[in-house]
Design a protein around this ligand. Sequence first.
Ligand SMILES: C[S@@+](CC[C@H](N)C(=O)[O-])C[C@H]1O[C@@H](n2cnc3c(N)ncnc32)[C@H](O)[C@@H]1O
Length: 248
Amino acid sequence: MTVYFIGAGPGDPELITVKGQRLIHRCPVIIYAGSLVPAAVLEGHSAQTVINSAELHLGQIIEAIKAAHELGQDVARVHSGDPSLYGAIGEQIRYLRELGIPFEIVPGVTAVAASAALLGCELTLPDIAQTVILTRFGDQSPMPEGEQLADLARHRSTLAIHLGVKHLERIVEQLRPHYGGDCPVAVVHRATWPDQDWVLDTLDGIVAQVQAKGFRRTALILVGRVLASDSFAESALYRASHAHLYRP
Ligand SMILES: C[S@@+](CC[C@H](N)C(=O)[O-])C[C@H]1O[C@@H](n2cnc3c(N)ncnc32)[C@H](O)[C@@H]1O
């Protein structure tokens, strides 16, 4: 018996891995994060038990896993995007280790990847930004020391802020001194869902745009000059004069 933490991807049911889908189809127990994982991702399953973990607390989730373990039933534990990011799998894994229940993680397509795809952009452009910081807005759970937005913004790298759209005004205030008011920012709402939408503006203009759209949750904030830049150097990788192992 194994618990499979499966990344469901950002919403579009075709953006789950083949392995993740195969496991969902064959596991007798499915526990899925119903707040962000669409029911369509579970289509074709043959499970006897399907539980929406959005309605449960941690203790109840562990009880459901223990019950499956006692029956020798594999569990598909389905999380949105990639389970390693803001999925709260760490605390589940800690219990599983204590209980001696085997687990495996199947990665997924992140909201960051889906949003970049939607915007048609590369998040790491030569000379502009070679670092992407994935973070979240610390409202409910505080951020660790040194990880305030202002600390991260100092690097002026590409920034992907999760769980923050409700606090966009405060976020902009903290970023503007470091990135400048003319820095491009995109807010992507429900990327890859049928009702996906986004706005691309500057730090100075984004709040009004997002208010007009009415985005309140399930939106990713992407910040950085990579979002609207045509003047960057070409990479060494494909430069004709650059020789390497595959192109001596
Ligand atoms: C609890 S986190 C889960 C992140 C997920 N594990 C991942 O790898 O993308 C939820 C936040 O991720 C972002 N998010 C998740 N799915 C999204 C989507 N389809 N479009 C835009 N943002 C999304 C939003 O910021 C949302 O508040």
